[in-house]
Design a protein around this ligand. Sequence first.
Ligand SMILES: *Cc1c(COP(=O)(O)O)cnc(C)c1O
Length: 360
Amino acid sequence: MARIYNFCSGPAALPLPVLEKAQAELTDFQKSGMSVMEMSHRGKIFDEVIQKAEANVRKLMSVTDDYSVLFLQGGASQQFAIIPLNLMTQGGFAEYIDTGYWADRAIKEAKVIGKVQIPWSGKDANYLQAPNLKDIVFDSKADYAYICPNETISGLRWPELPVDCPTHLCADMSSYIMSEQINVKRFGLIFAGAQKNLGPSGLALVIIRKDLAERASETVPIFFRYRTHMKEPSLYNTPNTWAVYLLQLVTDWLLEQGGIPAMKIINERKAKALYDALDASNFWKPCVQGEARSRMNITWRMATEELEEEFVKTAKSAGFDGLKGHRSVGGIRASIYNAFPEQGVRDLIAFMKEFERKKG
Ligand SMILES: *Cc1c(COP(=O)(O)O)cnc(C)c1O
């Protein structure tokens, strides 16, 4: 049975060599006579896995020692709650840039815990526009500021990220992390659900400056304090050992590919090819214009919903799966993260040309 081209937004395609390695090591990991899922998370073998995963993240993103690298559970969504729980002060407030579905989810959660200010919102533009840095003024009195650099559902990417935010900048990089270089030093906290660019779902990678990890007040449940997980590095409770292991394999693979700079070049090339194809004919109607276009999630509409449905169905039977847009917005979405092969983009474009020839 052949592997198909999987455009799913998440859980998303993993590199085939990673899956093959995991398969080969599944029943007898490192001559232990058991799988990585069956052994103690405090034993020597798993300790090497988690150390390597952390070292890989540090190497790929140039994370310095003043930051903690944590592997937590509850995916990205749990961080929506954990961040305000840890960083919002009594009587304080946080600033959120409202760029779309995922920023909005984080805002809703933060509002449960404290006061939220929204210096910029793309809601009136149907979340199809990204903010310009010059239009945003962060309040230095805010406990922290919050952004989502790539909105997975609308297919929106910040053309530029804030450079010197006057408060601690927190970012949901679930569908952005390791797709291009960033300067970690500009952020107080970076988090990402693993299932887009790093591994399986349920795992969250958190990169947090150590002084921020110390902030939570004693009223925050122990389990929900970042410092708890910093002091017993990701081993306060039993981590998702399988997911950490796969993240280690994915980051090994990224390093073999030449790291993030090499991925960025390929990602730009993949996205450009697909946007060029969409722009070439009125048959396709890309949702996002210009600089705000995501390189990871490419969204478009067609003349009618019936035609979109037919496109998704026909594509699926031709071996291109996961192209249906998010239920909240409809349309078509192609998610082409790091692990998505460039040949798959070329083949999709050829399929689209043929579909247009028949239906256009
Ligand atoms: C997928 C996604 C999430 C949600 O991730 P979960 O792990 O399901 O909580 C949050 N933010 C962004 C930007 C995403 O793409």
